[in-house]
Design a protein around this ligand. Structure first.
Ligand SMILES: Nc1ncnc2c1ncn2[C@@H]1O[C@H](COP(=O)(O)OP(=O)(O)O)[C@@H](O)[C@H]1O
Ligand SMILES: [Mg+2]
Length: 334
């Protein structure tokens, strides 16, 4: 009986979040009193009160009493979860998008997070790339299942002081990730609402899945204040898809912080001349057409000390430090 009620309830839309209760994880409790045929529900919604709550109550009453033919309904609506979540804090959300995979989106995300942490900020990273989650490897975080706090929240894993959550932590190593497009919303809902992030997180970086329209839409429904950084390579094919990703986020009214061109050139140590292995001009093309800034051009080079992170004794590390400066000034005005 309870399963049947749950399946039906999961399809109901929370009007304040414009997502199903399944996606928002809004079904908190389902009880059933056999004798009296009463259904007892605790439902969490994004914003309580007003028309939103009225609409939701009406929908649920119709489902339980008319569609499922139960005699009684005791419905409690709460808001708690969302209001106490990271989206209702002073945290600055920055999503890194690229359109195309393999351009260095995750490397850029990890390094920006690392440099902001080294500056003393509280930093969180959401690895939302369900198709190619790689943040844990880049940050050298060994695979482990996250633990739960007493209030049943997921405790993020850490790299030094940086807090990290990834789709990968919820799957077995080497197993293909089962979360795909349709699962994206419920995964994001976990990341935004069910993770016990540091309440004082200054920056939350989101490594987005490759793609253009839908994903911007997903992020928007959780944190419309999210600002975007677009990553491209110098190659026109990468640039064209990056523009599409940028346009999609601008359509959602997300502020663009700027464009980062990665793999811009290789400084040949023998000739001391740059070699443009992936062509030229992609970053400029993207920033011009989105009317935003080209924040940096990052050359190709292997990190000296880590798997993917660069330190300040490396040119790329110093470029990431400048990017951190840019972000701090743009977002905090410091
Ligand atoms: N500037 C760079 N120099 C050398 N290798 C890089 C650079 N940026 C990224 N890489 C490498 O390129 C590959 C793809 O990068 P990744 O960040 O995983 O891309 P994406 O997240 O866009 O798919 C990785 O193996 C990464 O180590
Ligand atoms: Mg990636």
């Amino acid at each position: 009986m309870i399963d049947k009620i749950r399946t039906a309830l999961e399809q109901i839309i929370d009007p304040s979040l414009k997502q199903t209760l399944k996606a928002t994880g809004g079904i908190k409790h389902i009880g059933y009193d056999d004798e009296k045929d009463i259904v007892v529900l605790i439902i969490a919604m994004g914003k309580k009160g007003g028309d939103y709550e009225k609409t939701l109550r009406k929908e649920i009453a119709k489902l339980i009493k008319i569609d499922l033919q139960h005699k009684g309904l005791k419905l409690e609506i709460e808001e708690h979860r969302v209001v106490n979540s990271i989206t209702h804090s002073k945290t600055i959300f920055i999503a890194i998008a690229s359109g195309k995979g393999g351009v260095g989106k995750s490397t850029v995300t990890a390094n920006i997070a690392y440099r902001l942490m080294k500056r003393g900020y509280n930093v969180g990273v959401m690895d939302a790339d369900i198709y190619g989650s790689s943040i844990p490897q880049l940050l050298e975080i060994p695979h482990q299942n996250p633990k739960y706090s007493e209030d049943k929240k997921i405790i993020p894993l850490t790299k030094e002081k940086m807090e990290v959550i990834s789709t990968e932590f919820f799957t077995n190593p080497n197993q293909p990730v089962i979360w795909r497009g349709a699962m994206l919303n419920s995964m994001l809902s976990y990341f935004f609402y069910e993770v016990k992030w540091n309440k004082k997180t200054d920056f939350m970086l989101i490594d987005m899945p490759p793609g253009t329209g839908d994903i911007a839409l997903n992020i928007h429904s959780f944190a419309p204040q999210t600002q975007m950084i677009i990553v491209t390579t110098p190659h026109p094919s990468a640039a064209n898809v990056a523009i599409k990703a940028g346009v999609a986020s601008q359509t959602m009214k997300h502020e663009l912080l700027g464009v980062i061109e990665n793999m811009s050139y290789y400084q040949n140590p023998a000739t001391k001349k740059p070699e443009f292995l992936f062509g030229q001009g992609g970053g400029e093309m993207v920033s011009n057409s989105l009317k935003t800034e080209l924040i940096a051009q990052i050359p190709i080079n292997q990190p000296l000390h880590h798997t993917a992170l660069y330190e300040l004794d490396e040119e790329i590390g110093r470029i990431y430090d400048m990017i951190a400066d840019y972000i701090i000034i743009k977002t905090l005005g410091e």
